[in-house]
Design a protein around this ligand. Structure first.
Ligand code: G4P
Length: 292
């Protein structure tokens, strides 16, 4: 689905996310493991504020494992009150691991409640994230049932409902749907390549040229292997390479068709697991103090 975001929608989505945040113990921020930075909402830190946050790197099955490890370290070290976990939302063991981490993160708070003589209660959770990171899938797996997909309509006021999970958790029924980062063209291309935003916003050949550049530099040999090309063609420019690929696929001079095939093949994992975002090199101390 594609959501058209306007300033009014953004303000409302932010306001709702903050209202919901105030009702929960912990915020579960879902990101796509292939684009852990590009799939974050630009105002996420402001929205989450100092609430404990678990960054859930979803779709880890589609991402480059070594880069996922680097991102986990980065998220675990970059903010106080924040931890990270990489999961495949369809994996039962990953969902179990997520529940365990949430309990561990909340253990101290719950122990303090107990010391004060307060009644034990379920840990309250909410899910936040941009469209297509897997929020509905994750919620369904957490509650272990398949219900109708949540309407991804920003700004639609719905009565808040809590979903009970095994007496241990209460999860806000509706995930907080937040907007992407629009301002950076490169982020837009990455979102389009992974299918997070619909292709109509970009020329297919722009996405394909970015993809060729990325794969040839980051995962040399994969393009050659996937399309049974005779040579690496690293000496070619990317437009030349796209032309070569189009001819090789017998698509005549239909570059759009070849671009589309490349994009869909990458989304379908035919070129292997990959991660488009690199962990930033800036010292993380800067980021922590900058947010305070
Ligand atoms: P959203 O609520 O955040 O918008 O995301 P949603 O759950 O609708 O998931 C978006 C797409 O991502 C869905 O695929 C879903 O199956 C897929 N997905 C979610 N989590 C994971 C994961 O951990 N790994 C993988 N590989 N895919 C995941 P779709 O093709 O759009 O829909 P469908 O054909 O699966 O129904």
């Amino acid at each position: 689905m594609h959501i058209q975001w306007f300033p009014g929608h953004m303000a409302k989505a932010k306001r709702q996310a903050i209202e919901n945040r105030n009702m929960v113990d912990i915020v579960l921020e879902l990101v796509d493991s292939r684009i852990p930075e590009s799939s974050r909402n630009p105002l996420m830190d402001e929205i989450v504020n100092n609430k404990p946050r678990l960054v859930i790197m979803n779709k880890a099955d589609l991402a480059d494992r070594s880069r996922t490890e680097e991102w986990l370290t980065h998220f675990n070290q970059s903010e106080k009150n924040q931890q990270a976990i990489a999961i495949d939302a369809f994996s039962h063991s990953d969902i179990t691991r997520t529940k365990k981490i949430i309990k561990e993160m909340m253990a101290e708070k719950m122990a303090i409640r107990k010391q004060k003589g307060m009644k034990p209660r379920a840990i309250r959770l909410m899910v936040l994230g941009i469209p297509n990171v897997g929020k509905s899938t994750f919620i369904n797996q957490m509650i272990k049932k398949n219900r109708a997909k949540t309407a991804n309509k920003p700004g639609v006021t719905q009565q808040q409902q809590w979903l009970k999970i095994e007496n241990d958790f209460e999860l806000l029924d509706t995930p907080g749907i937040l907007w992407h980062k629009f301002e950076d063209q490169k982020v837009g291309v990455k979102l389009a390549l992974t299918g997070a935003i619909k292709d109509a916003l970009f020329h297919k050949d722009d996405i394909a040229l970015y993809a060729l550049d990325f794969f040839i530099h980051t995962y040399p040999g994969r393009i050659k292997e996937a399309y049974h090309l005779s040579e690496d063609m690293t000496d070619k420019t990317y437009p030349e390479l796209l032309m070569e690929l189009t001819t090789h696929l017998n698509f005549g001079d239909d570059f759009d068709r070849a671009s589309e095939k490349l994009i869909f093949d990458i989304r379908d994992g035919k070129l292997g697991a990959y991660t488009l975002d690199e962990v930033p090199v800036e010292p993380e101390e800067t980021k922590v103090s900058g947010n305070e």
